[in-house]
Design a protein around this ligand. Structure first.
Ligand SMILES: O=C(O)CCC(=O)C(=O)O
Ligand SMILES: [Fe+2]
Length: 410
């Protein structure tokens, strides 16, 4: 059956050629007849549909799964796929072809090319990020899922929130340590913070919003919920890549299921003097990891393992991923928790958002991370128990000590 291609007909039986036939060996009849079929199809239609089972269903599914993830990467990362050759690079975001996007790997049969493409795209799957995390307990993730417009709405919403009367803000109570309103206490006069627990759930955002604006504020609720889900996705991506880099991806789904979040909305007032003011003193977070994002005002400083302070340069697409004490213990001290602080100088108000990830249930170091070089350092521990323990400790230097050793050290 041959159909006229000019009529626009699509499936033509004659153009399906089975190339996965076991008997397809030079010199055989099958070989000879397949030669004929290919020649006919090529001469007549210039194309054919080949059946080829060497790409297993599993490989097919894995590859398409990964491809989806690839195209979900931020545009600025995909744009790193450049080439001097036309059509070998990233092509997309054109107004005249709004539905189309493509990426190119030159020389894809060499492992070197596919590896360098992968490193370019998943730069935080790239070893240097894990080196940064293992060396300093933090890294900066470039993540462009907040549009310019949405990001402006986020920071406007923070301003609106903190402009509410103190009595209203104080309604944000939570029995868990550092989960509710904390305002301008004497030791931290520039700092104010509020918390939304489980902010990826719309109901929790609604409850918080109702508490702050009894007359309603749908816009705030929507912004807090959307922001939380975007950053939760980033946190999950980071953890998944971390699990893969340790070869323990089989534990990832369970881990993800037990992750919960606390969103803290933060304001740092301008300092009253010319001196640099400590707006949040040095500490490690008690979270698993924390993801910090701020407006354009500098202030966050991270301490390296050599004791040097690095000042974080805010940008609309930069998020600081900070390892907390819980991931330090979980990783059997492969990852140190990051000691950080906020210093304010100058005239500007700093707004920031901290997304803190916690785990439900007992946290236990995976067996795979225990060996002769890394004998087990911490007993299984309860995350909320850690917060309670930290809060009730009367040790004045507790912020500078490895509280984990005291709480659950082996
Ligand atoms: O404001 C920041 O960027 C950091 C806040 C912080 O370290 C915290 O809330 O634990
Ligand atoms: Fe912190």
């Amino acid at each position: 059956m041959v159909l006229d291609l000019n009529t626009g007909a699509t499936l033509v039986q004659d153009r399906i050629i089975d190339l996965s036939n076991e008997g397809l060996k030079p010199g055989t009849n099958t070989w000879m007849s397949t030669c004929q079929e290919i020649r006919l199809a090529m001469e007549e239609f210039g194309c054919f549909e080949g059946i080829y089972s060497k790409v297993s269903v599993e490989l097919h599914n894995q590859f398409f799964g990964r491809t989806e993830e690839l195209f979900d990467l931020p545009t600025e990362i995909k744009m790193k796929n450049t080439s001097t050759k036309p059509y070998f690079d990233y092509f997309g975001q054109y107004s005249f072809l709004p539905l189309y996007e493509s990426l190119g790997i030159d020389n894809p049969t060499t492992l070197e090319s596919t590896q360098s493409f992968t490193n370019l795209m998943w730069s935080f799957g790239n070893d240097r990020f894990w080196v940064a995390l293992e060396e300093c307990g933090s890294f900066v993730a470039v993540y462009d899922k907040l549009s310019v417009d949405f990001r402006k709405k986020v920071f406007d919403a923070l301003e609106e929130l903190f402009d509410l009367p103190v009595e209203t803000k104080m309604k944000n109570v939570n029995p868990k340590p550092a989960h509710g309103y904390m305002g301008k206490i004497s030791v931290l006069p520039l700092h104010e913070g509020m918390g939304i627990e489980y902010p990826t759930n719309i109901e929790e955002c609604e409850n918080f919003t109702k508490l702050m604006w009894p007359q309603g504020n749908d816009r705030f609720c929507e912004i807090a919920h959307t922001y939380s889900n975007i950053v939760a996705e980033l946190q999950q991506l980071v953890m998944r890549l971390l699990f893969e880099s340790y070869g323990i991806e089989k534990h990832y789904e369970n881990h993800k299921e037990s992750t919960t979040y606390l969103l803290r909305l933060l304001k740092y007032s301008k300092s009253q003097t010319d001196r640099t003011n400590v707006a949040f003193k040095g500490h490690t977070d008690k979270s698993l990891v924390s993801i910090l994002h701020s407006n354009h005002v500098k202030g966050l400083e991270l301490r390296t393992k050599d004791g040097e302070w690095l000042q974080f340069e805010p940008s609309p697409t930069s998020f600081v991923v900070i390892a907390g004490d819980a991931v330090m213990a979980w990783s059997n001290e492969r990852i140190p928790s990051c000691y950080h602080r906020v210093n304010m100088e100058g005239e500007k108000v700093r707004y920031a958002l901290g997304m803190f990830a916690f785990l439900n249930g007992m946290i236990q170091t995976p067996e795979e991370l225990i060996d002769d070089e890394h004998p087990l350092q911490y007993k299984p521990f309860d995350h909320q128990g850690l917060l309670q323990f930290y809060q009730s400790s009367t040790d004045p230097g507790k912020g500078d000590r490895n509280i984990m050793k005291v709480y659950c050290g082996v």
